[in-house]
Structures are given as structure tokens and as C-alpha cells.
Design a binder for this molecule. Structure first.
Ligand SMILES: [Zn+2]
Ligand SMILES: [Zn+2]
Length: 182
């Protein structure tokens, strides 16, 4: 039984035994990691999932269903919070040379040693499941643009109009510009 998930390379699957198998033969790999760090410093915590690798005529199909938590920061109040990632993917690997047309369809060459590193795949699909603008909760009040306190935690008494903290700097610049024109 050699379905090694090496410690230093936890997302690498040895599927060589399947490549020679009859089409339809499959093998399931259960994933369960307290944490994983993916390229780009993407930290996944409480990673659980199932990877199913099925033999095809000339390679394998890899189906993945992974759930993991990742810590993001709120786009309004900047506080960190946990976001549940749903990483679902299907990737096709061919043991024949992959031409451009196939590649455009998402077919990837199967490495000669029959070992597939899922790291870049999981990284890409995880990144897809991270929305660009996320708030820690519905109705997050954000930071006070005047004094910067987290309005979820305290009321500083300043009059509030919501401003994205990333735009606050721009607003200050525009106001400065207005001042210099007047
Ligand atoms: Zn927030
Ligand atoms: Zn304030």
C-alpha cells in the first residue's frame, strides 16, 4: 500500500497504481489536517475533505471536496474573522502528451512518476472561494473615519457616514485638494 502523503508534502498523492487500472477504478483519500500553509501564505485550519481519484482511458480524474477555515480581515472594521472555504474541484490528468486544445479544456499532463501535487490546485480553488470584499458580520459598523475606533465595540459619538477604510485615505486627499483650491 503506497498512497503516501509525505509529511513535508502533504497534498501529494501517488496515483500510479490507478493509471494502470481499468477505467472506473477509483481510490478515495481522506484529508484531515489541523492546519496547512499553502503558497502565498494562505493558512487553512481544520482542513477536512475527500479526494476521489478515478482511472480513465488514459489517465485519472481527481474530484475534491474540501472544507477548511481561513482567517481573513473584515473590509470594514479590519478585525480578523474565520471564513469557511468550500473547495470543490474536478481536474483531469492525461498520461498522453497534452496538446493545447486539451490544455484549454483544463486537461493537465500526468506526471511520469504518477504522483500529483494537489497544492497548487487547492491553492487556486481556495483563492476563488475568498470574496474580494468580506465583512465579519452583517451590519458591521466599521471604523469611525474621524477617530478610528471600532464602532462595533464602542460609540465614540462622532457623526457616522460609512466610509470604506481603504477609501478613507483617498477622501482625506480629496478634502485636502478642496482646501487648497478654496
Ligand atoms: Zn467588521
Ligand atoms: Zn469617532
Amino acid at each position: 500500500m503506497n498512497m503516501s502523503m509525505k509529511k513535508n508534502d502533504p497534498l501529494r498523492l501517488d496515483v500510479s497504481f490507478l493509471v494502470k487500472g481499468a477505467p472506473g477504478t477509483f481510490k478515495e483519500f481522506e484529508f484531515n489536517f489541523p492546519q496547512l500553509t499553502l503558497p502565498g501564505d494562505l493558512l487553512l485550519v481544520d482542513v477536512q475533505g475527500l479526494i476521489t481519484v478515478s482511472a480513465t482511458e488514459d489517465g485519472v480524474v481527481v474530484n475534491g471536496k474540501i472544507r477548511a477555515l481561513t482567517e481573513l480581515s473584515c473590509s470594514r472594521c479590519l478585525d480578523p474573522f474565520w471564513h469557511l472555504l468550500n473547495i470543490d474541484f474536478t481536474e483531469v490528468f492525461s498520461s498522453h502528451p497534452v496538446d493545447k486544445a486539451e490544455n484549454d479544456l483544463g486537461v493537465q499532463p500526468l506526471p511520469a512518476d504518477g504522483s500529483i501535487d494537489l497544492t497548487p490546485i487547492i491553492r487556486d480553488y481556495a483563492a476563488l472561494d475568498i470574496p474580494i470584499r468580506l465583512v465579519c458580520k452583517d451590519g458591521c459598523k466599521g471604523l469611525c473615519p474621524t477617530c478610528g475606533v471600532n464602532l462595533n465595540l464602542e460609540d465614540c459619538g462622532h457623526k457616522q457616514e460609512f466610509i470604506d477604510p481603504r477609501l478613507a485615505g483617498l477622501k482625506a486627499l480629496l478634502e485636502k485638494d478642496e482646501e487648497s483650491q478654496s
